[in-house]
Design a protein around this ligand. Structure first.
Ligand SMILES: C[S@@+](CC[C@H](N)C(=O)[O-])C[C@H]1O[C@@H](n2cnc3c(N)ncnc32)[C@H](O)[C@@H]1O
Length: 192
């Protein structure tokens, strides 16, 4: 398999299996979600953006801590699955949008969660996407970058490379960091 960025690839995975990464049961996935949610510096946020929401496991948790969550995925089936999981959470809006596409929103967010999504963009596209995102965020926004640290054939970048490239494109100060053999989680605060 070669690196992938096309929505059709991801959509086909969800159509073959509604939980293609075993988010329900895999201990890595459960532990990662727990860690990154525990690392958020504030108990409550006004407006979160979550590109790459998959089937909504993190979205539904974020919705308990945010006035509003905008969750997005490039796979239409993932959008449907997240809408279904969050159907009783009216503060969740799920859209078919991809990191790297034209920015959709006013600068409303005080939390952006990029979990296991940036390495689906090539390096140059990731830099442009994060620079564009940074131009639409206010200072003091919490941004979380969480990545699997092992090589995958469908990733353009490994987790540490993706983290480095994203952080280089985002004016920030570090708020928290967690690293083990499997996952790297960086929590930063945007600066002017
Ligand atoms: C490995 S899953 C990560 C899910 C979740 N964020 C997590 O960390 O558990 C990657 C997801 O990102 C989506 N995706 C891939 N490229 C994307 C992009 N450029 N923008 C938004 N979503 C994307 C895929 O469809 C898939 O649902």
């Amino acid at each position: 398999m070669s690196p992938r960025s096309d929505p059709e690839f991801f959509d086909a995975r969800y159509r073959a299996d509604p939980d293609p990464w075993n988010f329900d049961t895999d201990w890595y996935e459960i532990r990662k979600r727990t860690l990154l949610l525990a690392m958020l510096p504030h108990p409550h946020y006004r407006a979160a953006l979550e590109p790459g929401c998959a089937n909504g496991h993190i979205t539904t948790e974020l919705a308990r801590r945010c006035d509003h969550v905008t969750a997005t995925d490039i796979a239409p089936r993932a959008v449907e699955l997240t809408r279904a999981r969050c159907r009783e959470q009216p503060n969740v809006d799920v859209q078919n949008w991809g990191l790297g596409r034209i920015w959709h929103w006013e600068n409303i967010f005080d939390l952006v969660l990029l979990s296991e999504v940036t390495y689906y963009l090539p390096a140059d596209a990731l830099t442009l996407a994060i620079e564009d995102m940074a131009a639409h965020l206010r200072p003091q926004t919490t941004v979380v970058l969480s990545h699997w640290r092992h090589t995958e054939k469908d990733h353009h970048l490994d987790g540490d490379e993706a983290t480095r490239i994203a952080l280089a494109a985002l004016p920030h100060r570090s708020a928290a960091r967690y690293v083990d053999d499997d996952v790297r989680i960086e929590v930063v605060t945007t600066v002017p």
